[in-house]
Design a protein around this ligand. Sequence first.
Ligand code: G4P
Length: 525
Amino acid sequence: MVGHEVARRRTFAIISHPDAGKTTLTEKLLLFAGAIHIAGSVKARKASRHATSDWMEIEKQRGISVASSVMQMEYGGCVINLLDTPGHQDFSEDTYRVLTAVDAALMVIDAANGVEAQTLRLLNVCRARNTPILTFVNKMDREVRDPLDLIDEIERALNMAAVPFTWPMGMGRGFNGVFDLRRDSMRVFRPGSDRLDDEDEVIEGLNNPEIAERFSKNAANMQQEVELIRGASPEFSHAAFLAGQQTPIFFGSAINNFGVREVLEALIHLAPPPGPRSALQRQVQPSEPKFSGVVFKIQANMNPAHRDRIAFVRICSGRFERGMNLRVGRNDKDIRTNGVVSFLSQRRDLLDIAYAGDIIGIPNHGTLQLGDTLTEGEQLQFTGLPFFAPEIFQTVEIADPMRSKQLKLGLAQLGEEGAIQVFRPHWGGTLLLGAVGALQFEVVAHRLKHEYGVEARLAPAKYQLARWITADDPRELKRFIDTNAHRIAYDVVDAPTFLASYGAELSVAEESWKNIRFHRMREHA
Ligand code: G4P
């Protein structure tokens, strides 16, 4: 039973640069799957792209943002889980962690802009994990770049072979449609977003005279390019795709709901079902009967009055049933799961049961932290949930000393949520906040004020980089800490960290302390 359910799960995320069309494409995918009522909320969510003020607005509607951060739909016999990723690059750390919870990624590219900065960063995370990537080249209804150029750029950026599954004919006002290289047929473009492309007109055969007759301007060019692609691009290999060595490419226009169906079909036929996951103790197979899962995201204060938080758990093995007891590996505590929320599934009866590959949300008051492993009792700790060394630091003080307890509480909770990293200096004194993107500080200041009633004063700190430190010999680590006490701080899980104001300080420390390891990334708690 578990095996069958796991085999029909597809869990993926869309990666793209802001404005490439992620929101639009998400809505169309949901439409195809019949989950139309959700489509509006995706638009409403449209996470805050550029300004903090947008972000604050969005956060007012936290309910919506939580609801659409995981979307579940059924299509073609498969259960598809689509995980949303924050759009703004300053929240990319959060995105990296979301990407650890998926089995495949869909890269959306604006055909006018090619592979952009934000996409590249996210791609690198996928590549590091060998996550299979499908590519959708969007906005073909605009004047865009030459498709052959784009393919070239994608291959270079991904460092993998690109295998076009469809090929565009024309672009902008002269966009006539896409040719399906596998089916050997052309789907004729018709603008308009309210129909499903089942109704599209299809012309069979690359050399069908009808193509030349009707599209005299672009036909010859498209036919030539298709011949070229057929000759020059490698055969699609499913194994190579799964190993992250090939990406299938689709062209279309999300806003016109054109070429979207092909992507959805590819997701269910090509993207992999949940695979095994590594824990410190052993490999865990998704079809094992016993439940296990890992917390990859925490969203706090859904309801400011109650200080509740939702822990997003990716199920790694087995079956979840509402009400079951789950054990937290970090402290061996049991939690009850009566209030577990599932995300917008179409059928009520799916709400109580979930399988490996699905995401469940567990409301809690701080019992669950990022990286926590949940099981039915087995001692397991999944690996691979990354924390990145901060690149910007600020000190935090409060105007009203009477609020210091609230400040501590707020920072502890925001730290556990991963919104910011909080460091406690070895020698005491004011707390240090570390972030990967500057916007994180603004958000934290805003949330401290509105959720904890603390007016915090943030000021730039003298540090520029941080490295987590470990050593095989605990005495050696202690010696290092004692000697460098003024540069040591502890993070939310009390992991010791070396702070430096210049790169040179780090180099000197690395040179002088050969038995100390300096880590740019920390995994789990
Ligand atoms: P994002 O989530 O990746 O940031 O992108 P989003 O879907 O919001 O799309 C960004 C803009 O690009 C939107 O326009 C959207 O309508 C447009 N767009 C998406 N797909 C296509 C396409 O296939 N062709 C064309 N021509 N445009 C497309 P906007 O003006 O910023 O927003 P809106 O006023 O349309 O909502």
